[in-house]
Write a protein of this length. Structure first.
Length: 240
């Protein structure tokens, strides 16, 4: 029995969009990706093929910043398939700033022989194909992958995701308890990845590594569903 009522996303008709993009695209990897992302919104989350995804970037603006690493981990509500994880380091066109090196701990030596994002994008989308992506703050992953697709293939890109930050916001920012907290003058609960994990008693990981954060996001969704939803919850009530 879920503890909170799932929120539907009926305004976003992913099926029509994905069918249209699959018919329009000239890129084989994207055709497979769009086909694989077209999951039924009534599919229970316990049966969904999930893939945690995290991007580390040189900044937050996809118009001028770039991807430096990508981490993915396939999982379900009962199992995280760590042995099937994938990780890519890519070389941005601009030099890394000192702030970026400190933040992500990816150095100039790490990227010296690394490929450009355009060289691995086909491989990345083939690995993502057939999964419902799970991220923490969808505006990073969607925007930066869209920008990469535009530059590599001159094709726009969007896709459904389960956003664990959005799920935390429903509970800790938008619920009546959250409103009561706000009315009483208390600060809103943090919905950052680390702080969200603490609420569920999950272990501390060093953040800002794409693979570690992907694993952390997978564990967070498992905890969120176990605490706040039923395994039978349709993915259409969770995705954005």
């Amino acid at each position: 029995m879920p503890l909170i009522r799932p929120k539907t996303r009926s305004a976003t008709d992913w099926h029509d969009y994905l069918v249209q993009r699959r018919q329009q695209t000239q890129v084989g990897a994207l055709e497979d990706f769009f086909a694989g992302a077209d999951l039924s919104p009534i599919l229970p989350v316990a049966e969904a093929p999930l893939m945690a995804l995290d991007l580390e970037t040189t900044g937050l603006d996809p118009r001028r910043d770039e991807i430096v690493s990508i981490g993915i981990v396939p999982f379900s509500l009962s199992r995280i398939r760590v042995s099937e994880r994938r990780y890519w380091v890519v070389r941005p066109r601009r030099s890394l700033s000192a702030k970026s090196v400190t933040f992500h701990r990816i150095t100039h030596a790490d990227i010296e022989g690394a490929p450009r994002i355009e060289e691995v994008l086909d491989e990345v989308f083939k690995a993502l194909s057939g999964h419902l992506l799970v991220v923490h703050y969808r505006h990073i992953e969607r925007a930066f992958l869209d920008t990469a697709s535009r530059k590599a293939w001159q094709e726009t890109l969007s896709f459904p995701v389960i956003d664990t930050m959005s799920l935390e916001a429903r509970i800790h920012r938008q619920s009546w308890l959250a409103r009561l907290r706000r009315w009483s003058g208390r600060p809103p609960a943090s919905i950052r990845l680390h702080d969200s994990r603490i609420r569920y008693g999950l272990p501390h990981y060093h953040g800002h590594h794409a693979l570690t954060d992907a694993l952390a996001t997978a564990e967070l969704l498992q905890a969120q569903v176990a605490s706040n939803y039923a395994p039978e919850t349709p993915i259409g009530m969770l995705w954005s």
